[in-house]
Design a protein around this ligand. Structure first.
Ligand code: C5P
Length: 293
């Protein structure tokens, strides 16, 4: 069978509509219960098989300078690390050139880098004809980061536990619309986790899961929750300001995704989402968009 020599994939982002921290683990990570949703905000990744034996990464020709400055193209990038990990697991030394059209902001709590890593694992498994089982891709994903496993599953929503790598799909109804905005400054995930205060009572994800299963936007609006919000707000006062102003303008609770600094509100319809997005213009966020779930 002749293998195709190039493939193109959309690499989605996620938001966390629920995130509770159960406690700190001996390995330094935190035990989580989090509900993740894939969003329509995607990077586009193009993979070309090469005979060079090298893993090469480049940005699409028209990429703006501010994205270029913040995007490493060397082996520290999760895309390269994922490619090397696949080669090692399969015992091959195949070559690839990856070209990425980067749209998902960094340090935003949208897991753009984790999505890219998962997309790379799946794409190269096919492009290089490796036939590594899905379980093997999950094992590699878990060694690279905590959010990558979610993107390996063909599900729009999941509750994730452990470090975040144990994924249980949630079947969800209908389309959901979220307005997301972010201040110029991003958040550093390790610092946000480090700033957590101990809590006595932990929240459960069940109300959010029920709301997703029944398609109740009203219930989602009121049950969305993120334990990392206080720590992130202390470290990023611009984000705290954006959250409170968004809440006033949109007249509903705002929730933070992941470790921030993206802040989100649910809209009842696509039309309402567009109206809410326009209301945010005056706040001059560094990034704002309607995300379809
Ligand atoms: O696993 P990942 O590289 O995405 O995690 C980034 C950082 O976030 C970790 O180094 C750790 O400081 C923190 N983290 C954590 N507990 C988790 C996930 C992430 O403390 N479950």
């Amino acid at each position: 069978m002749k293998l195709t020599s190039e493939v193109t994939f959309r690499s989605p982002s996620k938001i966390n509509v629920f995130l509770e921290v159960q406690g700190k683990r001996p390995d330094g990570y935190h035990e989580l219960e989090t509900v993740m949703l894939k969003t329509s905000l995607c990077d586009v990744m193009h993979f070309e098989r090469t005979n060079s034996g090298q893993v090469m990464l480049q940005l699409a020709a028209h990429t703006p300078t501010e994205i270029r400055k913040a995007f490493p193209l060397d082996d520290t990038n999760l895309i390269c690390r994922a490619a090397h990990a696949v080669r090692q697991a399969a015992g091959v030394s195949c070559g690839v050139r990856v070209t990425i059209n980067k749209r998902i902001p960094a340090q935003a709590g949208l897991a753009g880098g984790s999505g890219n890593a998962a997309t790379t694992l799946m794409a190269l498994n096919g492009l290089w004809g490796l036939n590594l089982p899905h379980k093997a891709l999950h094992s590699i994903a878990a060694t690279l980061g905590s959010d990558i496993n979610f993107f390996l599953e063909q599900t729009r929503a999941a509750v994730c536990r452990g470090r975040g790598e144990k994924v249980q799909a949630i079947p969800i109804r209908g389309c959901l619309y979220v307005v997301a905005a972010r201040p110029a400054r991003g958040n550093e995930t390790p610092r946000v986790f480090a700033g957590l205060e101990p809590v006595r009572e932990h929240r459960r994800s069940q109300p959010v899961i029920e709301a997703l299963q029944t398609g109740s936007v009203r219930q989602l609006v009121h049950s969305a929750f993120n334990r990392l919000t206080t720590s992130a707000s202390t470290q990023n006062p611009d984000m705290a300001d954006l959250m409170s102003q968004m809440s006033c303008l949109c007249d509903r609770p705002v929730f933070m995704s992941g470790s921030g600094s993206t802040c989100c509100v649910f809209a009842r319809t696509q039309r309402e989402a567009q109206l809410l997005l326009r209301k945010l213009d005056g706040l001059q966020p560094a990034f704002a968009a309607v995300l379809r779930i």
